[in-house]
Design a binder for this molecule. Structure first.
Ligand SMILES: NC(=O)c1ccc[n+]([C@@H]2O[C@H](COP(=O)([O-])OP(=O)(O)OC[C@H]3O[C@@H](n4cnc5c(N)ncnc54)[C@H](OP(=O)(O)O)[C@@H]3O)[C@@H](O)[C@H]2O)c1
Length: 341
């Protein structure tokens, strides 16, 4: 059975599957998958849902090599070929990337430029259901960013407002300006930082949905990547701290523990990780990425797995016994400065 929930804020009446489909690795990889494979992966999830339930698709202005709009262009071809899927999907798009500055730039004029660029890439094939700045710039008051977003929303450029990688206090301030429908943060058994727990608690209080991104630690926990050589040398994961030589080998310990607990439960490691995220709250939606039909379906099915207390304790024990090595991104001060904005 597919488990459903509703979103927060202005999207409180939108019924969705409780597992989001992340599309990033369909295009932001050295060798993107074919349109046919990507389309099948997307359609399989949508087709598994009962009538009236939408599949959330997670994309971004910059999910292409060279920070291009390739992901949105892929979606435009998808919706052109399958127009019926526009109403059956809820498209969330991260943006506010400034190609001239090669970074997120939350100045109002850049947010506008970003939204226009996303709409141009979609070519009118699909409405942007929710737009969110990909990062919160600490130098720009969130109230100013929200004002710019509300103006664009009121102009009909998109329907709902979300935030990504924001701190709990920022979520509260932003929500006071205009209701936030979804907040997107990294949550997994390898990424359960104190600020993530605060965002989860604040979102629950405000009835905001949480899209919990990278629940499989980019494939490390699902067993997809068991050695660094499994990855293309140009795959961006090669630069992630947790995938670096030494850290990667050490992090196989938590992956091994998850694999054993999953085997006992009779599910796959990916499903166990997804079910653990689901256990964190009614509106906490795991956001795994998948480029293959069978994985989209496997991940969706995990939204209906309810973990027993004993299983949750075993996972908590593994998280303590095998602490992850390396930070969430590059362990680089400049990159870390834009986390939890
Ligand atoms: N807000 C942000 O800053 C931010 C940052 C990163 C990502 N995201 C979003 O989160 C999504 C997921 O992130 P992610 O791709 O970094 O990490 P992830 O979901 O933790 O891991 C994805 C990896 O796991 C594999 N996988 C997926 N389902 C599987 C299954 N059932 N069994 C075995 N392997 C499986 C995928 O393989 P295949 O691709 O081969 O299917 C891929 O290699 C992205 O698509 C994006 O939408 C947001």
């Amino acid at each position: 059975m597919v488990c459903t929930t509703t979103l927060g804020g202005t999207a409180a009446n939108v019924v969705v599957a409780n597992v989001v489909h992340g599309l990033m690795r369909m295009t932001w990889v050295p060798t993107p998958v074919s349109d046919e494979q990507a389309f099948e992966a997307i359609r399989s999830g949508v087709d598994a849902l009962p009538a009236g339930v939408k599949m959330i698709l997670n994309s971004a202005q910059f999910y292409g090599m060279g920070w291009s709009t390739a992901n949105l262009e892929l979606l435009s071809r998808f919706y052109e070929k399958y127009p019926d899927y526009a109403d059956r999907t809820f498209l969330m798009v991260k943006g506010a990337y400034n190609p001239e500055k090669s970074r997120v730039d939350n100045a109002p004029e850049n947010i506008r430029r970003s939204v226009e660029s996303c709409l141009a890439a979609l070519r009118g094939t699909k409405t942007i259901d929710l737009f969110q700045p990909a990062r919160i710039e600490k130098s720009v008051p969130i109230e100013e960013t929200m004002k710019a977003l509300v103006e664009l929303k009121n102009e009909g450029k998109f329907n709902h407002i979300g935030l990504s990688e924001c701190a709990a206090a920022t979520l509260r301030r932003a929500h006071a300006v205009h209701p936030i429908a979804i907040v997107e943060i990294e949550v997994s058994v390898t990424s359960f930082e104190e600020e993530a727990r605060k965002v989860l608690a604040t979102a629950a209080q405000l009835d905001v949905a949480v899209a919990a991104y990278s629940p499989l630690c980019h494939g490390l926990l699902s067993g997809t990547v068991t050695k660094r050589e499994d990855l293309d040398p140009h795959d961006m994961r090669m630069h992630l701290s947790r995938f670096r030589e030494g850290n990667f080998q050490s992090n196989l310990a938590i992956a091994g523990a998850i694999k054993s607990i999953a085997a006992k439960r009779g599910c796959t490691p990916a499903q166990l990780c997804i079910a653990w995220v689901v256990s964190l709250g009614n509106k906490v939606l795991p956001l795994p990425g998948s480029t293959r039909r069978e994985r989209t379906l496997e991940n969706l099915a995990a939204g209906d797995i309810s973990l027993a207390d004993e299983e949750k304790s075993e996972i908590a024990y593994a998280m303590k016994a095998y602490p992850v090595k390396g930070g969430r991104y590059f362990d680089d001060a400049e990159a870390d400065a834009i986390l939890w904005g």
